[in-house]
Design a protein around this ligand. Structure first.
Ligand code: ADP
Length: 180
């Protein structure tokens, strides 16, 4: 509970800084495969405890974003951490694709096979302090800051974040980031 409390205090401080745009975003080339590997190694104990699989499907060479390496890792860590928390069996896949409407953009996705998010909750989950309204998974919820922080980080980089989900089957979060 000590480390959970420290985590909460850090989240609150971070969110307040991000909210007031009191944060400097470095812009440097960031290899998204490598950033994801860092997140996978940090979360490995949690993944092994639950016997989940976690897969980095990002191309190791071509997916280079322009952004702040530690903030991108923080955003990925929040999304992957949530995916692990809300998934009991199956796994998590992280991917990145370039192009679509805009050739200068990369879309990163974090997909899980977990509890999913009911439609009426999907629009609120990015709000501050919004935690789950699903009674069956309420014990899994945290501070409600992770997605608000993640959204702010993505927006400070000029990107957008969204979610698709099928309750009972899983969720897929997408965010966009500029290509280097
Ligand atoms: P919390 O600390 O409560 O998890 P977040 O901002 O990270 O706060 O997430 C807000 C809520 O969004 C969660 O409580 C949960 O209801 C929902 N959520 C986020 N990620 C997932 C996911 N991968 N699967 C199911 N629900 C999710």
């Amino acid at each position: 509970s000590g480390s959970r409390l420290a985590g909460l205090v850090n989240d609150i401080l971070d969110f307040s800084k991000l909210k007031h745009d009191d944060i400097l975003i470095n812009r440097e080339p960031v290899n998204l495969y490598d950033a994801t590997q860092v997140v996978i190694s940090i979360t490995r104990p949690l993944v092994e405890k639950k016997s989940l699989t976690i897969r980095n499907s990002i191309d190791p060479l071509s997916m280079i974003a322009l952004g702040d390496e530690s903030r991108i890792q923080q955003a990925l860590l929040n999304l992957v951490g949530n995916a692990i928390r809300f998934t009991e069996k199956g796994g998590i896949t992280i991917n990145a694709v370039a192009g679509g409407d805009d050739d200068n953009l990369i879309t990163v996705s974090v997909e899980d096979t977990g509890v999913g998010i009911p439609p009426d909750q999907r629009e609120h989950i990015f709000d501050t302090y919004e935690t789950t309204a699903q009674p069956t998974v309420r014990h899994l919820a945290g501070s409600g800051l992770g997605l608000a922080i993640t959204k702010k980080i993505v927006e400070l980089h000029g990107g957008t974040i969204r979610v698709e989900s099928e309750p009972g089957k899983g969720s897929r979060f997408y965010f966009t980031i500029q290509r280097s």
